[in-house]
Design a protein around this ligand. Structure first.
Ligand code: PGA
Ligand code: ZN
Length: 419
């Protein structure tokens, strides 16, 4: 019985924005241990599980997580000592019960998620399996299509773009490794084009370039040119996906393009705006095109565009089965963005994915804009065989850490890898 948990501990580390987050470690009696770090979003959905912050302005501007650390060490740890780490569902359920709220506001989703993920990592090690295989079993062989966010805007940059993410999707690539090469070559071509046009090449939170643009057409035109200069065919080798994160510019009942100065739109004008872009450019996926409370708008856009492209709910669904069920009933999208920390446990995240699979919906495993060098989601995306991952640009170590882990998994799987 040397595979029992004898220690659960967390401490404060920094995320990629220089804000505190938790690093959490689960240790077994036999010395095996698993360590993870918890990510943090900027454009968060209002129904996400609560990320517990200390609020003391003198420490990290109120963003400290010492209370969440203490909750791991003093509240959660005693409850799970003596259990084996492969009891993931029981451990997650116990933490949910111990918290006792619907949004994990007592212990904090950051406290709970760290323990949940570290439990899985420790269990995988104790079974001598790579994490993707422990979580995915015999089905865990599919490498995800990367959606690489090479132009950043919205709350992830200080530029004049209201829409948050402009991603390239190397659909025509035969392997994950090749997909990443398509993306990296396009990223470099884009940098040269930006410089040639006198635009800045500083990057945003997710490693994409973050210059100012005059119009949204200009953003897509330069992306298309970069794809071509890199030697690829837009729409065949590489397509485009966007995350508008529209809740972040929805104010007083309308969509306010205040950064770009391009005016104010209502819900149906927004849909027309997207339609005209999709007509002109090879856009295959739009995430959070409308505000998280604009369910009618989501139904309309899915009716009008859902046959042709992927309509993804992120803030709309917050990785929560309750909201995804409502979405399926209402036909309010056709895909779900999956973020472990929006719901707070591995078990609940997997349940949301199962609901997507049952409903015939796509799902995309996603990082947060505040990340660490942790690579859990790389293994998780292979284990869930979902086919898509969003983990930023091909710059910034916390983004490439995930891509590099996927390269490693693809190499390990050899001929068994499916892409
Ligand atoms: P966030 O952004 O992590 O800041 O929420 C990611 C996204 O909106 O997809
Ligand atoms: Zn999003």
């Amino acid at each position: 019985m040397r595979d029992r948990i004898i220690l659960v501990e967390a401490f404060e580390i920094l995320d990629s924005r220089g804000n505190p987050t938790l690093r959490t470690k689960v240790t077994l009696e036999n010395g095996i241990s698993g360590t993870v770090s918890v990510p943090s979003g900027a454009s968060t959905g209002e129904n996400e599980a609560l990320e517990l912050r200390d609020g003391d302005k003198k420490f990290f501007g109120g963003k400290g997580v010492l209370k969440a650390v203490e909750n791991v060490n003093k509240e959660i740890a005693p409850e799970i000592l003596g259990m084996t780490p492969d009891r993931q569902v029981d451990i997650d359920r116990m933490m949910i019960e111990l918290d006792g709220t619907s949004n994990k506001s007592n212990l904090g989703s950051n406290a709970i998620l760290g323990v949940s993920m570290a439990t899985a990592v420790t269990a995988a090690k104790s079974h001598n399996l790579p994490l993707f295989q422990y979580l995915g079993g015999v089905g865990g062989f599919r490498l995800p299509m990367p959606m690489m966010n090479i132009i950043n805007g919205g709350e992830h940059a200080e530029n004049n773009i209201d829409l948050q993410e402009f991603m390239i999707v190397p659909q025509g690539a035969p392997t994950f490794k090749e997909a990443l090469r398509y993306g990296a070559q396009t990223f470099h071509a884009l940098k040269k084009l930006l410089l040639k046009n006198g635009l800045l090449t500083g990057i945003g939170d997710e490693g994409g370039f973050a210059p100012n643009f005059k119009t949204y057409e200009e953003v897509f035109e330069i992306l298309i040119e970069a794809i071509q200069v890199a030697g690829f065919i837009p729409g065949a080798d590489i397509s485009i996906a966007i995350d508008a994160a529209a809740s972040s510019f929805y104010k007083d009942g309308s969509y306010n393009f205040s950064r770009s100065g391009l005016g104010v739109k209502n819900s149906s004008e927004m849909i027309q705006f997207y339609k005209s872009l999709v007509k002109k450019f090879p856009i295959i996926s739009i995430e959070d095109p409308l505000d998280e409370n604009d369910w009618a708008g989501f139904e309309n856009i899915t009716k009008e565009m859902g046959q042709d492209i992927q309509i993804v709910g992120d803030d709309l669904f917050v990785t929560n089965t309750e909201f995804v069920k409502k979405g399926v009933q209402k036909n309010a999208a056709n895909a779900v963005l999956i973020k472990l920390n929006q719901i707070g446990t591995v078990t609940e995240t997997v349940a949301t994915i199962h609901l997507c699979q049952k409903s015939g919906w796509n799902y995309i495993i996603s990082h947060r804009s505040g990340e660490t060098e942790d690579t859990f989601i790389a293994d998780f995306s292979v284990a869930m065989a979902g086919g898509q991952i969003k983990t930023g640009s091909v710059s910034r170590g916390e983004r490439t850490a995930k891509y590099n882990r996927l390269l490693e998994i693809e190499k390990e799987l050899g001929k068994s890898a499916i892409f």
